[in-house]
Structures are given as structure tokens and as C-alpha cells.
Design a protein around this ligand. Structure first.
Ligand code: FMN
Length: 299
């Protein structure tokens, strides 16, 4: 499968991360969704979820603490309303899913795969506190690691071949390559390397921590996976807020980046980074072209 995901599914290397672009409608007034490499939906579950109690998002010196609780309208409503809107808006839609059982993942993948306009499926295997929300426990020890590979193999089987399966994994630099090897063998077409880290809200509730403090760890995880599995497309996610961050993530081996909590501070972040990287590419093409012309003139 090689870098297929990068070259045919993500024309640009900047995507909006799951849960950080709302339904897409909120972002559309800040920029054309079709100009981005992709839009990852909030995580969709089979049944609707009302989400956790307020406050759900709290700023902290080390980043954003959040406990949204996977609020989403459930699969039926998502497929009837949010997905068609995103497709009409020209977004390359990556649908994020999570389930309570392997069988639920199968149903989610099958029905998402039957829907027109889906660019890829992203399986959320990295919720900071999956059991709080009744999701399958995909953490170590080994037995749970096997659940993650079963989920990915099941999703791969249920989807049309031309819809890639991306597995979203935790920021654990010491184990991420082992996990990547298992998931690639199970049929993952690419990996999204990083999610929020498990943390606590000031009031003691479980939360996820996102933002700048994740960046160096996410980059390390990308580098670990890229070193061990150089042909597996890896999308870096964690603390990307500037074009410089994105360039550094790409230099570590990522084929694309996802921008998460930075979108909550400035909803134009993904578009700005995307435009800066496109300018880099245009400048590189220009200098190559100039070099060729000089070479031709001297020949
Ligand atoms: C408010 C908020 C909601 C999120 N919701 C989801 C979600 O529904 N599914 C998911 O896989 N990740 C979710 N995430 C995690 C992000 O997609 C991303 O993996 C994480 O925040 C790390 O990236 P960042 O440092 O750029 O924010 C959410 C993050 C935030 C801040």
C-alpha cells in the first residue's frame, strides 16, 4: 500500500484533527474545506452520545484540558446530515469511529464504507479513558493490544478496498512501533500517531491533555514508527500549531499532519499552515525549474 494514502487521499499534508473542527459548518466560514488535505470528523459511535458535564474544556499552562465525552449524533444521523454536508462542501472526509465491541466497529465501518464521498476511515484506538465512555479497552497489556488489531482487521474487511483504514494510536514512544507493526499486519493502511494524553481536570474528573506539550513526544513517536516501518504512511498529531511545527513533523517522517486544539484558539490555523506549505512547495518547484532551465541553456 506504501504511500498511497498520502498521495491519493491527501492532496495537501494538513488535516483538521478529530473533534477539533466541529461538524465542519463552523469552520467553513473561515476557509474553503476543499483546500485542506482533509477534515476528520468528531468520533462517531453507533448510538448518539450526549457528552460529559460542563465544563468540558479548560485552558492550562501546558495545554488544553478537555472532557467532551465523545458527544456525537450517532451513526444514523451523522450519515443523514453531517456527512452529506461535508461531501457537498468538497471536504476530503475522514470519518472517525469508536465502538463498544468489535462487532460495533464492523457495523460502523460497513455503513461508513457504503456512504459516498468518504476519503478514509480513522479508528480511534487511543481515547485517554476508553472505559469511562464504555468503549473497547485497547490499552496494554497484550490481550488488549490484540483487541486493537482485531478491530483494524475487521474494519479493513468491511470497507471497500479504495477506502483506507487509519488507526489512531497513543503517544507512547517506547511502544508505538510494536503497536504499529501489529496494526500494519492487521491491515491498517496508515497510522495517526497521537491523541490527547490522559490527564485530570482541575476538579478531578478524567480529561485529555492536548496542545504544545505533546509536540516533541508526538514527533518522537512519528520518528520511531518511520524508522521501523518506513513505507507505512504516518500522520503526525499532537501540538502542531505553526507551519514550522508541520515542517518538523514531516521531517521526522510524517506524510501529513493533523491540527487539533490549535483550531480552537484560531480556526484558520489549518488553512494558514496549508498555505505556507504550499508556498514552500511552489518555491521548491520554481528553483528546480530554474535549475533545469539553467542546465538546458548550458547544454
Ligand atoms: C475539544 C477536543 C475534542 C476532541 N475530540 C476528539 C474526538 O472526538 N476523537 C478523537 O479521536 N480525538 C479527539 N480529540 C483529540 C484530537 O483529535 C488530537 O488527537 C489531540 O488533541 C492532539 O492534537 P493537538 O495537540 O493538536 O490538539 C479532541 C481534542 C480536543 C481538544
Amino acid at each position: 500500500m506504501g504511500r498511497h494514502v498520502a498521495t491519493t487521499t491527501h492532496p495537501g499534508p494538513v488535516l483538521v484533527a478529530a473533534g477539533c473542527g466541529g461538524t465542519g459548518r463552523e469552520l467553513a466560514s473561515y476557509g474553503d474545506l476543499s483546500a485542506l488535505g482533509g477534515f476528520v470528523t468528531r468520533t462517531i459511535t453507533l448510538r448518539p452520545r450526549p457528552g460529559g458535564p460542563q465544563p468540558r474544556v479548560v485552558e492550562s499552562p501546558s495545554g488544553l484540558l478537555h472532557a467532551v465525552g465523545l458527544q456525537n449524533p450517532g451513526l444514523d444521523r451523522f450519515l443523514a446530515t453531517e456527512l452529506p454536508w461535508l461531501v457537498r462542501a468538497g471536504a476530503r472526509v475522514v470519518v472517525s469511529i469508536a465502538g463498544e465491541t468489535v462487532a460495533e466497529h464492523a457495523e460502523l465501518a460497513r455503513r461508513v464504507g457504503q456512504s459516498p464521498g468518504v476519503a478514509a476511515l480513522e479508528v480511534d484506538l487511543a481515547e485517554p479513558d476508553p472505559t469511562d465512555w464504555g468503549l473497547v479497552e485497547t490499552r496494554e497489556p497484550m490481550a488488549s493490544g490484540l483487541v486493537a488489531t482485531r478491530i483494524v482487521a475487521t474494519c479493513r474487511r468491511e470497507l471497500p478496498r479504495d477506502v483506507p483504514v487509519l488507526a489512531k494510536v497513543r503517544l507512547d514512544p517506547l511502544r508505538v512501533l510494536d503497536q504499529a507493526l501489529g496494526l500494519a499486519e492487521a491491515g491498517a493502511d496508515g497510522l495517526v500517531v497521537g491523541h490527547s494524553l490522559p490527564a485530570l481536570m482541575p476538579d478531578g474528573r478524567h480529561a485529555g491533555l492536548s496542545g504544545p506539550s505533546l509536540f516533541a513526544v508526538a514527533r518522537r513517536c512519528v520518528a520511531e514508527v518511520h524508522a521501523g516501518l518506513p513505507t507505512l504512511p504516518v500522520i503526525g498529531c499532537g501540538g502542531v500549531a505553526t507551519a514550522e511545527d508541520a515542517r518538523a513533523m514531516l521531517a521526522a517522517g510524517a506524510v501529513s499532519v493533523q491540527v487539533g486544539s490549535a483550531m480552537l484558539t484560531d480556526p484558520t490555523t489549518a488553512h494558514r499552515i496549508s498555505a505556507e506549505l504550499a508556498a514552500d512547495a511552489a518555491a521548491a518547484a520554481e528553483s528546480t525549474g530554474a535549475g533545469t532551465r539553467v542546465g538546458e541553456a548550458l547544454a
